[in-house]
Design a protein around this ligand. Structure first.
Ligand code: GDP
Length: 432
């Protein structure tokens, strides 16, 4: 059973918080200086997940060096814990003693959740945001006494526990929006004909203008998908809307309206500039991406291996895209499309808990620090995931990072957390 240790200065409300977490009014011990509590484990449970909470009340008020004492207390707890709750008093803010403990906690590479206790009302809760400065990531404002914020905290604890390192956003059910794009003649309509669908509203294009994307519901792999701008696929788009300019606008519109794009390429021809432009549209729009090489039946069996290497080179800027080799004509690998779309969307919506992210990051920057430039090296203080769809990260640093080092962090982030089929965004926020 995973262990959660509660660490913090005296009087910040550790035992009240423990009681809130275990959900019973028992063994409430005031954090009275001079009263030494033993480290007692309690069983706790939240959303069907069981864990042990250890109250590290042991505190020696007469210790000559208070900072050393708290560090020692924290150290013991941290060694045995899977997750550490570091509790500070939101009404007091961070103190020297807190900062000394934080140094130790960050060296430990254990996931740490920063709890701003005694946030009994909105204004204290606002104050608590200043605790970002401790470098432990997002502070969780909680009122252990009244229960305010404790649900969010428990969710964060569960997310940081081992065995469940990543969670996927819950989203409302409904068909996912997919765009099927590619230059003319790559086989978009042929592929579409492989899926059975129902037309929804069909709006005719007005000559010289672009039309609203017209979607239809199609069955791909036994699942209903909303295929955006199907009208542009089913009909030969004539006249003005058939020019490359309008075709490109239409493609951009479909990508924008979609969550995931299938970019269809012709495997029997080299990857063209137009193909690359379409791929760029998808990555710049931040959509999930599946690249399907159609007409694979036209590729000689003995050329396939080399073609694959060639494609690696052509697509080296997007090695994370999911690639499929299929044939709309023979039906080869067409059944792989739905799993690829689902995988790309899952990556697109992955959220990594802050504690887990920072645990990983601490180890990374320890192993490979930023190179020294002009006698100094910027440090990464902590990171948070600012959003999903696609995953967006903010790195808080002591100064701007080298472009090369930032790419290194991104590559490692992908190695650790996957994101197959999804772009990710990283921005750097240097401390002023
Ligand atoms: P679109 O412009 O992207 O919609 O392309 P179409 O679906 O109209 O296909 C263009 C041409 O490629 C047609 O002649 C198709 O028969 C052919 N085609 C499409 N898919 C395949 C495939 O998998 N293999 C082969 N050999 N030909 C294909």
């Amino acid at each position: 059973q995973p262990v959660v240790a509660v660490v913090g200065r005296p009087n910040v409300g550790k035992s009240t918080l423990v009681n809130r977490i275990i959900g019973r009014r028992q063994a409430v011990v005031e954090d009275v200086p001079g009263v030494t509590r033993d480290r007692v484990p309690y069983d706790a449970q939240w959303n069907g997940r069981a864990f042990t909470v250890v109250d590290t009340g042991g505190w020696e008020p007469d210790a000559k060096d208070r900072a050393a004492a708290i560090a020692a207390q924290a150290e013991t707890a941290v060694v045995t814990a899977d997750v550490v709750l570091f509790v500070v008093d939101a009404m007091v803010g961070s103190t020297d003693v807190d900062e000394a403990a934080v140094k130790m906690l960050r060296r430990s590479a254990k996931p740490v959740i920063l709890v701003a206790n005694k946030a009994d009302n909105n204004s204290i809760e606002m104050e608590a945001t200043s605790l970002w400065s401790l470098g432990l990531g997002e502070p969780f404002p909680v009122s252990a006494l009244h229960g305010r914020g404790s649900g969010d905290l428990l969710d964060a604890i569960l997310a940081a526990l081992p065995e469940a390192p990543t969670i996927v956003e819950n989203r409302p059910r409904g068909p996912r929006r997919v765009a099927l794009v590619g230059r003319p003649n790559v086989g978009k309509s042929s592929l579409l004909n492989r899926f059975s669908g129902e037309e929804r509203a069909v709006v005719d294009s007005v000559a010289g203008t672009t039309v609203d994307p017209v979607d239809s519901l199609v069955d791909i792999g036994g699942q209903t998908w909303q295929l955006v701008d199907t009208a542009g696929l089913r009909k030969r788009v004539g006249k003005a809307s058939g020019t490359e300019y309008y075709a490109s606008l239409r493609t951009a519109g479909a990508i924008e309206a979609a969550e995931v794009a299938v970019v269809l390429l012709d495997a029997s021809e080299p990857i063209s500039e137009q193909d690359q432009r379409i791929l760029t549209m998808v990555t710049e729009a931040g959509r999930a991406l599946v690249i399907a090489f159609n007409k694979w039946d036209l590729v000689d069996a003995d050329r396939r291996y080399y073609l694959d290497k060639e494609i690696d080179r052509e697509l080296r800027r997007i090695p994370w895209a999911i690639r499929l080799n299929l044939s709309a004509m023979t039906g080869r690998a067409v059944d792989k499309l739905a799993p690829a779309l689902n995988k790309a969307l899952a990556s697109w919506e992955t959220r990594v808990p802050t504690a887990h992210l920072n645990q990983w990051l601490t180890a990374l920057v320890q192993a490979t620090p930023h190179p020294v430039r002009g006698g100094r090296a910027p440090r990464i203080l902590f990171a948070t995931q600012a959003g999903v769809a696609p995953p967006r990260f903010v790195l808080f640093t002591t100064g701007p990072l080298d472009a090369g080092y930032q790419r290194f962090v991104e590559r490692k982030l992908r190695e650790e957390f996957g994101y197959e089929g999804s772009p990710i965004e990283i921005s750097v926020r240097p401390r002023k």
